[in-house]
Design a protein around this ligand. Structure first.
Ligand code: ADP
Ligand code: MG
Length: 423
């Protein structure tokens, strides 16, 4: 068919677009129009758009982080605040600095400290009693996931009881002396059966259940992560700062991700308690390189809890992975990990797919329900260009970088510059 006939046969081939509301991203390649996106502007306007969360997948170097950083930078102009609890490469630090935000760098030998047991400020309208219950629940969940990560298994009922008792003992003690609870207090109580009285279980049996927990927490108190999470926080959470990032690049370089995961658990608990304020305004929470976290069930559980809360709290979560099969690596079919990871995908109304390797196309097609045209398209995407699936609508968008952004976001810089000593 000639192009003239084709144009007559398919007169309105291009998408109408999502409208001009929201954050400018770049160019809609098919419609030759500007493409704007704002997860909160799409509520009620777009059928099937049930949550503000977003998944971004693509092979290395295609511009995923650049897109996330642009979204963050431009969102700030729309009155958003941006939180990056997971930055395993430390590449968000310069972005935060340029935007007047804060970075906490965590790692052996660094001065930054976060006390994951910090109690967040009580939101207005919550009674003292209700809030104490909420804080206790959060702390238990956190200590439970830390122990679970180190032990590499789920906790047993008796161990949960031991944690309960230990936490109450520590909170009672610190409120008497007027300090904040620290992980080392918990570890001490767990290691000393005499503190574990007053429970229905026999103290000896409880003490033996507590023993493993005490050793698990030791890693954060005396082991390779000593200090970082076991002292009063060196930074106060500043709810007015436009951006807060947690630089985890000094952790988990030795091939073992456990340190990274423990740090991420503590850091996200600390951040989440500050994010729980429903009057905090609209926020983006960005997990860059999130594929490294996919195999850790306790972290997936935390993320899922955040995902579920997102709409009520005005938070949009963005998870960056390499390929869709990263979600499958969370566990075997039918396992808890896999169910959690697939749940995260379901709870992302916006999926942005950057270029995928050819062997990944089948997985992407099944998981996302792509058409054959879309599948062909993602195999051929170039840098900064992605397939945006927004609640069933689909766009090919070229992300456009401002020259200032380009200089600020350049992760290839280290490859171009030769260190002075090598010249
Ligand atoms: N839309 C774009 N236009 C031009 N250059 C881009 C674009 N997106 C990314 N880049 C450049 O490509 C390089 C790699 O991008 P990056 O976001 O770090 O990739 P990824 O996170 O996918 O591995 C960066 O130096 C960045 O400046
Ligand atoms: Mg990146």
């Amino acid at each position: 068919m000639t192009t003239a006939v084709a144009a007559g046969a398919y007169p309105f081939l291009a998408e109408g677009g999502l409208g001009a509301d929201g954050i400018y991203i770049g160019r809609d390649v098919h419609a030759e129009a500007a493409f704007c996106f704002d997860p909160f502007a799409l509520y009620g306007r777009l059928e099937g758009f049930t949550n503000p969360n977003m998944l971004l997948a693509g092979i290395i170097g295609m511009g995923k982080s650049a897109l996330a950083k642009s979204l963050a930078t431009r969102a700030i102009a729309h009155n958003y605040r941006v939180y990056v609890p997971c930055d395993p490469r430390g590449e968000w630090t310069s972005v935060a600095a340029a935007l007047g935000g804060q970075t906490i760098a965590l790692g052996p030998g660094l001065p930054g400290r976060l006390n994951p047991l910090d109690a967040p400020a009580r939101p207005a309208g919550t009674s003292e009693e209700d809030w104490a219950g909420e804080v206790r629940k959060r702390r238990l969940l956190l200590i439970g996931s830390l122990a679970q990560t180190v032990l590499g298994r789920e906790l047993q009922p008796m161990e949960h009881t031991a944690l309960d008792v230990a936490l109450d003992e520590v909170v009672g003690y610190t409120s008497r002396i007027g300090g904040t609870p620290l992980l080392r207090h918990i570890a001490n109580v767990l290691a000393n059966p005499k503190y574990l009285g007053g429970t229905p279980a026999s103290p000896e049996r409880l003490a033996s259940a507590a023993e493993n927990l005490a050793h698990a927490l030791r890693r954060l108190v005396a082991g390779d992560l000593a200090g970082m999470f076991d002292a009063p926080s060196t930074v106060a959470f500043d709810p007015t700062a436009p951006m807060l990032t947690i630089d985890l690049s000094r952790l988990g370089t030795a091939g073992d991700d456990t340190a990274l995961v423990l740090a991420m658990t503590c850091a996200s608990a600390w951040m989440e308690s500050a994010l729980a304020d429903p009057t905090g305004g609209r926020r983006w929470v960005i997990y860059d390189e999130a594929w490294r976290l996919m195999r850790h069930v306790p972290l997936l559980e935390r993320m899922q809890a955040q995902w579920k809360l997102s709409r009520g709290l005005g938070i949009a979560n963005l998870m960056v992975i390499h390929r869709l099969s990263d979600l499958l690596s969370a566990g075997d079919a039918g396992s808890r990990g896999r169910a959690l990871a697939e749940g995260l995908l379901t709870d992302c109304s916006t999926r942005v797919i950057y270029r995928q390797e050819t062997d990944q196309l089948a997985t992407a097609t099944t998981l996302l329900g792509l058409t054959s045209v879309e599948t062909d398209a993602i195999a051929a995407l170039t840098k900064g260009r992605g397939l945006w699936k927004v609640a069933g609508r689909s766009f090919i968008v070229q992300h456009l970088l401002h020259p200032t952004e380009r200089a600020l976001f350049d992760t290839d810089a280290r490859m171009h510059t030769t260190p002075a000593t090598h010249r």
